[in-house]
Ligand binder design. Structure first.
Ligand code: ATP
Ligand code: MG
Ligand code: MG
Ligand code: MG
Length: 339
C-alpha cells in the first residue's frame, strides 16, 4: 500500500520562502508509485492553509496570511503514515512542530524535539558541542534584557572577543539577522537588528582569517553515515542571505579540495556532533576551515537544511550515489524506522 505523507512547508520564520522552494522540489521527487503526498503550507501567521490556498502559496512562493489554527488542522494529520516537516527556522525546525507531531503520535522526518531544539539554538549547540570536545570559535551569550539594562557591559564583552566579530540571533537561519561587525561603532546597530528577531543573541569571534566553508551531510538515525565533504565559494564578505539565494553568487565544490585527513576529520566531527545533539534522520553540519592555521572549527548544525534539487545537502548525497528521489524516500523510511 502507498504511504500517505503530509508535507509541511512555509512556516512563520524568516525562512518561509526558502521552505516553499525546498517543498516544490520534494513534492515533485517523492515517487508517486510509493507515496500519496499532501502538501500543507503554513502561513507566516502560523496557520495551516486548506488545499486551494496551499496550492496558490506553492505557486506564488509565499503565504503571508490566511489559514486555520494549527491545533484545529493538526488533528487531520492523524490519517497520515508520516509527516515531512520541511520547515526552516523557528516554529518548524526548532522542536515545536516536532512536539506537536510527537503528541499526535505521527512519525516524522528528521530530528525529534530535543535534537531540533538544541541544534536550532546556536548557544545550546555550542554548549553541548563544547562538552563533547568539538572545536569552535569563542563566543558569548547576550539576552535582550542585558542589552537594555547594561549596554556598556555588553559592549565590553564584545570588545573582549575582538573585532571583527559576528552578531547572530540565537535561533534563526539563512543568515537572517546576522551581521559581521568590523568596528566597535557598528556594534549597536548589529545588536538592535539581532534583538529585533530573537530574545537571545550570540556574539562570535571571527576565525583568525577568512575561513573556507565546508559542509557535510549526515543521514541515518542511530547508525548514521556521513556524505563526502562539500565546499562553498562565494564573492562576498561572508555568506549572507543575498549571496545564498541569488542565482550565480555562490558555487558548490563536491568533493571539496581538501587534504584527505582534513576531510576525514570533518566527517568524524560531524558524526560526533550529530550524536551529541541527539539528531535523527538528517543534518547538514557546517565547518570553518582556516587554511593558514590548519584549524577546523564546527560552525553549526542544520537539522532541516535547504532542500531544493540544487541545495548542498541533496548534492552531497548525490555525490555518494544517492539521487534526490532515492534520498527523500530514504528519509521517509528512516522516519518510519523502529528505534
Ligand atoms: P544557515 O542558512 O546555514 O542555517 P545561519 O543563518 O545559521 O546559516 P551561520 O552559518 O551561523 O548562519 O552564519 C552565516 C555565515 O556567516 C557563515 O556561513 C559564514 O560565512 C559567516 N560566519 C558566521 N560566523 C562566523 C565566524 N565566527 N567566523 C567567520 N565567519 C562566520
Ligand atoms: Mg543555520
Ligand atoms: Mg539553517
Ligand atoms: Mg550556516
Amino acid at each position: 500500500m502507498k504511504k500517505r505523507i503530509l508535507l509541511l512547508a512555509g512556516g512563520q520564520s524568516g525562512e518561509h520562502e526558502v521552505s516553499l522552494m525546498s517543498a516544490r522540489s520534494v513534492l515533485s521527487a517523492l515517487p508517486r508509485d510509493q507515496f500519496d503526498v499532501t502538501p500543507v503550507v503554513i502561513s507566516k501567521q502560523g496557520r495551516w492553509l486548506p488545499p486551494t490556498e496551499t496550492q496558490r502559496a506553492l505557486e506564488t512562493g509565499e503565504a503571508p496570511t490566511g489559514g486555520d489554527l494549527v491545533l484545529h488542522r493538526a488533528a487531520s494529520a492523524e490519517g497520515y503514515d508520516a509527516v515531512f516537516p520541511l520547515l526552516h527556522g523557528p516554529m518548524g525546525e526548532d522542536g515545536t512542530v516536532q512536539g506537536l507531531l510527537t503528541l499526535a503520535g505521527i512519525p516524522f522526518v528528521g530530528s525529534g524535539v530535543l535534537g531540533s531544539a538544541v541544534s536550532m539554538d546556536k548557544i545550546m549547540t555550542k554548549q553541548v558541542l563544547a562538552s563533547a570536545g568539538i572545536p569552535q570559535v569563542a563566543w558569548q551569550l547576550v539576552v535582550r534584557r542585558d542589552w537594555q539594562a547594561q549596554p556598556d557591559a555588553v559592549r565590553e564583552c564584545a570588545g573582549q572577543l575582538g573585532y571583527p566579530l559576528f552578531v547572530k540571533p540565537a535561533n534563526l537561519g539563512s543568515s537572517v539577522g546576522i551581521s559581521k561587525v568590523a568596528r566597535a561603532e557598528d556594534l549597536d546597530g548589529a545588536l538592535n537588528l539581532a534583538f529585533s528577531l530573537d530574545r537571545r543573541v550570540i556574539l562570535e569571534a571571527m576565525t583568525a582569517h577568512k575561513p573556507r566553508e565546508v559542509e557535510v551531510g549526515i543521514l541515518g538515525n542511530d547508525a548514521p553515515i556521513a556524505s563526502p565533504v562539500g565546499e562553498l565559494r562565494f564573492d562576498a564578505d561572508f555568506y549572507d542571505y543575498e549571496t545564498k539565494y541569488t542565482e550565480g553568487r555562490a558555487s558548490m565544490h563536491i568533493p571539496a579540495p581538501l587534504p584527505p585527513e582534513v576531510a576525514e576529520q570533518v566527517r568524524t566531527l560531524a558524526l560526533r556532533a550529530f550524536r551529541a545533539l541527539d539528531c535523527a534522520g538528517l543534518a547538514r553540519v557546517d565547518f570553518f576551515y582556516v587554511e593558514e592555521t590548519g584549524e577546523l572549527l564546527l560552525n553549526e548544525v542544520n537539522t532541516m537544511p535547504g532542500f531544493t534539487t540544487t541545495s548542498m545537502y541533496p548534492k552531497l548525497f548525490e555525490a555518494a550515489g544517492l539521487n534526490y528521489s532515492a534520498l527523500v524516500t530514504r528519509l521517509v523510511e528512516l522516519a518510519l524506522e523502529d528505534r
